[in-house]
Design a protein around this ligand. Structure first.
Ligand code: MN
Ligand code: MN
Length: 459
């Protein structure tokens, strides 16, 4: 069943809106490369739209009313927004849920060393990466160093013109005869992903003068001691801004589009959609790329606890009301899909692949090897969504991730489905997903935001 290319029917108004949306999106990608940066920016944007924190709402102790806007953040790494609807919470929420962590390389707790007159940070990668893609490119360091007294030093080095960048080196081709015979998974091994950070020795008689010089620079510029790395979270990400791609500027290339393309469009839809019948909710969570674990991942009770607080604010809290609210909710698990790549056609089954430019992608199921680990969305729910999409002129396509038995993937969908709510995966098709630079189509970004708005309005 052929789906049409969305670009074909766009009016000049559509094209203007695409331009506006994608300009904002490219900005967001360029300045928000970690879960902490995404959380911070989300809260700023939400506050501009009149959102208040759940703590403030609880403190005020006043009853919730339609139109109230509340956000809750967890450990600066995940954030939930609620726009209170006209119906009681017990009738359920319309939830858009995306993740704001992306594959990257983290700095270890004892990172600094010197070898061969060069200084390095030792690292441990985060999420699923092809390690060989992360060498020989300019890299930036983002994150926090927390001092023993609790004070926090924000780090972002490698994004401004005048900043230095960093690099992981690779073996020159001239000496790579043996390396080139290795399997791609072994060409660059995990412990070899160390970051080159300096080469100039201190003028002193001490050993490891290059490393000492780096320590001195860190102390002088940031007040960081070597021991402070023990309580730091520093993430190595590709340096540089997101860009338009193609002669026609129809695509976006950037780090972190899985899943910030769905996080941004979910957030944009959430902030734009006023006066909803059912309470709408936007979940932007951490740790999806490593299994949704920890306090800031989707498996944490943070979401449920926050909904409990809301029901309490509504008045006459009961656990039964909470359970009913969750069961009666509907969710779009806003996450990316693998776009059909003609250069790797063998990995895809053409009829059931998502294509750049054909709109938002629904995936009834994910998983691998016989749908294992999947949330398999209900046909009844799919019918409801088809109706909403058609009524709102949203271009959409139905796809699964690659050929049967060739691989697979998962999202946060299965976690929310445990409450008995309707959940389906729904997001943007991405080329070279999990690479340092990922590619999306502007038309798909636009259709996805339209889809999320239609969902919040009509589901
Ligand atoms: Mn994802
Ligand atoms: Mn991913």
């Amino acid at each position: 069943m052929e789906r049409k290319n969305a670009w074909k029917d766009y009016s000049s108004t559509d094209l203007k809106e695409i331009d506006m949306l994608c300009t904002g999106y490219i900005d967001f990608l360029s300045s928000c490369k970690t879960e902490r940066e995404c959380t911070k920016r989300t809260i700023e944007l939400a506050k501009e739209k009149g959102y208040i924190s759940i703590e403030e709402a609880v403190e005020n102790g006043r009853e919730l009313k339609p139109g109230d806007k509340i956000y809750a953040a967890c450990m600066c790494k995940s954030v939930i927004l609620f726009n209170i609807g006209k119906k009681p919470l017990e009738e359920g929420l319309n939830i858009l849920g995306a993740h704001i962590d992306s594959p990257r390389i983290d700095i270890k707790q004892n990172p600094l060393y010197e070898d061969g007159g060069l200084a390095y940070f030792d690292t441990h990668y985060y999420g699923g990466i092809k390690k060989y893609q992360w060498v020989t490119i300019p890299l930036a360091i983002h994150g926090v160093v927390v001092k023993k007294d609790g004070s926090k030093i924000n780090i972002c080095i490698g994004e401004n013109e005048e900043d230095p960048v960093f690099c992981i080196t690779d073996l020159l081709i001239h000496l790579a005869g043996e390396q080139m015979e290795k399997k791609a998974a072994k060409v660059i091994e995990g412990e070899k992903l160390d970051l080159l950070i300096g080469s100039m020795p201190l003028d002193s008689e001490e050993k490891e003068n290059v490393k000492e010089n780096v320590i001195k620079i860190l102390k002088d510029s940031y007040g960081i001691e070597e021991e402070d790395f023990m309580s730091a979270e520093l993430e190595i990400v590709p340096a540089g801004k997101a860009r338009e791609l193609g002669f026609d500027k129809s695509m976006v290339i950037s780090y972190g589009q899985d899943d910030r393309v769905c996080a941004y469009t979910s957030l944009a839809a959430m902030l734009e959609m006023e006066n909803v019948d059912k309470t709408s909710c936007c979940l932007l969570v951490d740790k999806e790329e490593i299994g949704s674990v920890g306090a800031t991942g989707m498996q944490s009770h943070f979401f449920e606890n926050t909904v409990a607080e809301l029901i309490n604010l509504e008045g006459n809290y009961s656990e039964l009301k909470l359970k009913r609210c969750l069961k009666n909710s509907r969710m779009l698990s806003s996450d990316v899909n693998a776009a059909y790549d003609p250069l790797f056609a063998d990995a895809f089954e053409k009829k059931n692949s998502s294509y750049c430019g054909k709109g938002v992608v629904f995936s009834k199921f994910t998983g691998s090897r016989g749908k294992s680990g999947s949330n398999d969305a209900n046909a009844e729910y799919l019918a409801v969504l088809r109706n909403i999409m058609d009524n709102n002129n949203v271009n959409y396509q139905m796809a699964e991730l690659g050929k049967v038995d060739i691989g697979g993937g998962g999202t946060i969908a299965y976690i929310l489905s445990l409450y008995g709510m309707e959940v389906i995966d729904c997001g943007v098709a991405v080329l070279n997903m999990h690479a340092p630079w990922e590619v999306t189509s502007k038309a798909d970004i636009y259709e996805t935001k339209k889809c999320y708005m239609a969902f919040l309005k009509d589901a």
